[in-house]
Design a protein around this ligand. Structure first.
Ligand code: NAD
Ligand code: COI
Length: 331
């Protein structure tokens, strides 16, 4: 058996090479993004490992079928960008890695909350733009222990975030569309989303993107939130209406935002060898705002996560090739 790994960054290569050697399996890797034009590179391979936030289209799965490729193993969690019915129709089995390191994303959400709460963006702006290095009333922050954090989605990452926010002394409330029975007394579920919007000083989003929550955070919601509130989105860009967010930040409907995921991410985002300058006007505008921390979908990116993403995704391919059904099969 032999596998091909798409969308590879340099930091993944040692883990891929080690896995191939340890398992005696040929694994080719490429920095190329997987799409209709590049799928030919997978000819002759039994399984594909990939990680990307741009769409996996019906045409791509039709090509997989023509090329006799039956297995696509994602190195990531989210499956919102996949035409799953088309994959099924074309006999392609898909796995993801649901728990490569929930703590990595949770920690990043907390880091963004602290950065914004402690006004670090204002300090950077004074230093970077005015080259001044002195106190300012603009730098007065808020203690996490005096804030109520609203966690939206209490799955793997949401729960890890709750633990960290609690460790900093915050009060935590949460909302989940499918709440699990829990004996965890470190947070309380609010009865409605409105309660989460009204009561939170910080809202941290940890749910998957679906058709139902497309632009859930829009003008009406920003109006409901406290004008001192912070919004942290390390989940998926489509959940937040970027135009409405921009207005909310500029008009003072909310106080700040941590944006690791922004809607309409392009293939460029994941090209780690790219030397292209950013042209997305939203990214440029948000990056200039002292009350915003915007990052290129990097909450996942720790060495612990990368090792697990490679080992588990290639392990899933090996299992499927051996006729076993991995626990990470995506239905
Ligand atoms: P999970 O499946 O363990 O938990 C998701 C939770 O959200 C579940 O409890 C589910 O019931 C809840 N949920 C689903 N739809 C909801 C809705 N409309 N409203 C409220 N709650 C809802 O998933 P996870 O591992 O915690 O990951 C969450 C998301 O984080 C992923 O789907 C992915 O989009 C994103 N993610 C981002 C990064 C990053 O680097 N920024 C990395 C990994 C995952
Ligand atoms: C995920 O694992 O779902 C992520 O968002 C990480 C990204 C590298 C695709």
């Amino acid at each position: 058996m032999k596998f091909i790994v798409y969308n590879v960054r340099d930091d993944e290569i040692p883990f891929i090479e080690k896995w191939g050697k340890d398992h005696g399996i040929e694994v080719k890797y490429t920095t190329t993004t997987l799409n209709q034009e590049t799928v030919e590179e997978a000819a002759g391979f039994d399984g594909v490992s990939c990680l990307q936030t741009i769409p996996y289209s019906a045409e791509l799965f039709e090509s997989f079928k023509k090329m006799g490729i039956k297995y696509l193993s994602l190195r990531n969690v989210g499956v919102d960008n996949i035409d799953l019915p088309a994959a099924k129709e074309n006999g392609v089995r898909i796995t993801n890695v649901p728990a490569y390191s929930p703590e990595s994303i949770a920690e990043f959400a907390v880091m963004m909350s602290l950065y914004l709460s402690r006004k670090v963006g204002y300090m950077r702006q004074q230093l970077d733009q005015k080259h001044q290095f002195h106190f300012s009333p603009n730098f007065m922050g808020r203690l996490m222990s005096e804030q109520t954090v609203g966690v939206l989605g209490t799955g793997r990452i949401g729960r890890a975030a709750i633990k960290l926010f609690k460790g900093l002394g915050a009060s935590v409330i949460a909302y989940d569309k499918y709440p699990q029975k829990t004996t965890d007394e470190s947070f309380v579920y609010v009865k409605s989303l409105d309660d989460l919007y009204n009561q939170s000083d910080i809202i941290s989003i940890h749910m998957p993107a679906t058709e139902a929550n497309y632009h859930q955070f829009n003008h009406e919601v920003f109006e409901q939130m406290k004008d001192t509130a912070l919004l942290i989105n390390t989940a998926r860009g489509s959940i937040v209406d970027t135009d409405d967010l921009m207005y909310a930040l500029q008009s003072g409907e909310i106080a700040g935002a941590g944006i690791d995921t922004i809607e309409n991410e392009s293939a460029d985002l994941q090209d780690s060898r790219s030397t292209k300058q950013v042209t997305n006007p939203d990214v440029l505008k948000l990056s200039m705002m002292p009350n915003v921390l915007i990052t290129p979908h990097s909450a996942f990116h720790t060495s612990e996560a990368v090792k697990n993403m490679i080992d588990i995704s290639l392990g899933n391919l090996e299992m499927m090739m051996s006729g076993k059904i991995p626990a990470d099969l995506v239905d």
